[in-house]
Design a protein around this ligand. Structure first.
Ligand code: FAD
Length: 290
């Protein structure tokens, strides 16, 4: 089923992002997390893509669809030539994948500039356009930033290219993580004023640890509100940081649900505990159906 159709329903969808395993050591935790979170009735899930582990993404997506009967979206990036990209898309279509998240992708070495493999695929919008123009039937998602992308000179630049992705054929957008809902609300009102009508799903990360927070804010450009940062700085240990992250994310989700967002998309980093605690709290507050 197309994810954009689910996002048009009256209740927000719940979705989880899993990271495709980089090596065998990550497989067991991932399998356990997928099995656990599948029991929490997500409407859909997605699986990240890296060029070296691309086959694992496709394997996991098809297995989740078949084994758990959950709609699973494959991420795909501009890490391949246009020809190779079409081969991957053909394979996905044969295997019954219904949705693709079309991204530029992170540079293979963190901090280095992204170097395109194929001049036809230099930005997320190019991949959206390739998928749409080649006549595939996939539902297409694309990424956007509620705050400034680290490579963008300003928010205007970011907004222009987000619009381009929708014009190229994206059916829905998922935001990069953010910790202050005002960035998301501003983005949605600007988008609607500019005639962008597609669902914009907030991407949420419960802070897992101080270290991960540092890495993720550097990569995403997300800022941490002063109050949350100071609570994290004063936390006794990583358990206390994790608990703060869960509480902050519950408050973010509660406000987003009240604002009638199309969905809540959780960056799980292949850990089930935080999303489970957040969903339990939201169900306990009757903000989500049990
Ligand atoms: P782009 O849209 O290409 O944007 C990158 C930069 O280029 C931005 O500064 C943008 O403003 C600018 N830009 C865009 N179009 C143009 C243009 N035509 N001309 C000039 N400048 C332009 N990474 C992975 O490697 N694998 C994954 O599976 C993955 N999953 C993700 C899932 C989500 C929901 C999100 C939000 C991100 C994910 N990422 C993943 C990270 C993502 O690839 C990076 O954030 C990347 O830096 C941006 O991807 P994009 O598709 O938004 O790129």
């Amino acid at each position: 089923m197309r994810i954009a159709d689910m996002l048009g329903r009256s209740k927000p969808t719940i979705s989880f992002e899993f990271m495709a395993p980089r090596d065998e050591s990550e497989v067991e935790v991932l399998e356990r997390t997928v099995a656990t979170l599948a029991g929490h009735a997500p409407d859909w899930v997605s699986v990240t893509y890296r060029v070296r582990t691309g086959e694992k993404t496709l394997e996991l997506v098809t297995r989740i669809k078949r084994h758990y009967h959950i709609e699973a979206m494959a991420h795909l990036t501009c890490a391949n030539s246009a020809d190779r990209t079409r081969q991957i898309l053909n394979w996905m279509e044969r295997e019954g994948v219904a949705n693709v998240l079309a991204l530029r992708g992170d540079p293979p070495i963190s901090g280095e500039p992204f170097t395109p493999v194929d001049p036809q695929l230099t930005h997320g919008s190019d991949l959206v356009s390739l998928v749409r123009r080649s006549g595939y039937r996939f539902g297409i998602g694309a990424a956007c930033s509620a705050e400034k992308h680290p490579e963008s000179p300003d928010v205007e630049h970011e907004f222009r290219y987000m619009k381009l992705k929708v014009e190229a054929g994206a059916d829905f957008l998922i935001t990069q993580l953010f910790f202050d809902n005002r960035f998301y609300f501003n983005l949605v009102s600007r988008a609607r004023a500019a005639g962008i009508g597609v669902p914009i799903v907030p991407g949420l990360m419960p802070v897992p640890s101080r270290r991960s927070l540092g890495v993720m804010t550097a990569m995403s450009g997300a800022t941490v509100p002063a109050e949350l940062q100071s609570a994290i700085d004063n936390a006794a240990d990583d358990d206390a940081v994790r608990a703060l992250g869960v509480q902050h994310c519950i408050a973010q989700c509660a406000e987003l649900i009240e604002a009638r967002v199309p969905g809540l998309h959780f960056y799980t980093f292949n850990r089930a505990r935080a999303p489970i605690e957040i969903l339990a709290a939201l169900r306990g507050q009757q903000l989500l159906a049990s």
